[in-house]
Design a protein around this ligand. Structure first.
Ligand code: NAI
Ligand code: A1CAB
Length: 274
């Protein structure tokens, strides 16, 4: 937050909001520059303890000072949450982290077309997230810069030019951490089956994922080439990859992500009716 001193309001102060608030505070934003509406007392107490922010239990005139409003409630409660916010924030830029809800519905519910939709992921909690962003036509270059300043505090980001591509981002990186955890579970289970302790197997699995990811990020080679470098002809990796191919794991994985994309689209259809 360098060149300006914006005021940011969060509607919903749960996991995703906390990940972003943590990033903003680490970058030097003051708690006084942040307003949070959070009706759940226990979550509000956590915001006070972690960040020194006293959340409002309900929307009110204090929201009018926000130049940016970040929507971080569950999609199911959005329209109910939006009604009391709208009268105070029509002049603000709005950023939604909610899965599924499309910009046409958001614009209608918040009373302005200055809306950016994004899809972050949970590694944002440790500053290593990646977020896909989509801007409505009324969003200005300065608006985009403000959004980038905020999202950068949680990790990487990229803009997509078509809103439907956010469904692909959701299927890939939004839900993606769960796929990695699923693999970690399977690798740990297999390691335990081979006689390692659960702790040993889990440490090996996590370090392998982060190490291989760092290697891929640092390398100009394709993942295919990196994989081939691990795979000696007739060796152990060859045996494992052949077994994965014989079981159709890659095709199943593609199918799983397609199911996530379809579900993202369905959520948009469902909440668009509200
Ligand atoms: N968890 C994930 O991996 C990802 C989640 N998202 C999206 O982020 C959004 C928030 O998710 P989480 O932070 O995980 O949920 P969460 O349940 O931790 O946070 C939502 C918060 O909204 C509060 N709330 C409920 N009704 C409200 C109202 N009327 N006004 C203001 N606040 C209200 C709740 O008390 C809760 O603290 C969801 O829309 C989800 O689709 C997006 C990307 C990834
Ligand atoms: O599973 C979900 O619907 C949300 C969106 C991306 C991650 N979690």
């Amino acid at each position: 937050m360098s060149h300006s001193t914006p005021h940011i309001a969060f509607i919903g102060g749960g996991n995703m909001a906390s990940a972003i608030i943590g990033g903003l505070i680490r970058q030097g934003m003051k708690p006084e520059q942040i307003t949070v509406v959070e009706p759940f007392a226990e979550t509000a107490a956590k915001l006070l303890k972690d960040f020194g922010i006293s959340a409002l239990p309900a929307a009110g005139p204090a929201l009018a000072q926000a130049n940016l409003v970040i929507w971080a409630v569950k999609p199911q409660v959005f329209s109910e949450a939006a009604a009391p916010v709208m009268p105070h924030t029509r002049g603000a830029l709005h950023l939604s982290v909610m899965a599924g809800i499309r910009t046409d519905s958001i614009c209608r519910s918040v009373g302005t077309d200055r809306v950016v939709r994004c899809m972050p992921n949970t590694p944002a909690l440790v500053g290593q997230g990646i977020t896909g962003l989509f801007a409505c036509p009324s969003v200005t270059t300065a608006d985009k810069v403000l959004v980038e300043q905020v999202i950068r505090t949680t990790g990487q980001y990229l803009w997509v030019q078509q809103e439907s591509h956010l469904d692909a981002v959701t299927a890939l990186s939004g839900s993606g951490p769960a796929y990695v955890f699923y693999f970690l579970e399977a690798m740990t289970q297999a390691g335990v089956g081979m006689g390692l302790s659960a702790e040993q197997a889990y440490q090996l699995a996590v370090a392998t994922f982060s190490g291989a990811s760092s290697l891929a990020a640092a390398s100009t080679e394709s993942p295919e080439v990196l994989r081939q470098r691990v795979t000696s002809k007739g060796g152990t990796t060859y045996a494992a990859i052949t077994s994965l191919d014989d079981s159709g794991v890659k095709a199943s994985f593609v199918k799983a992500m397609q199911a996530a994309e379809v579900r993202a689209r369905e959520l948009g259809d469902e909440f668009g009716k509200a």
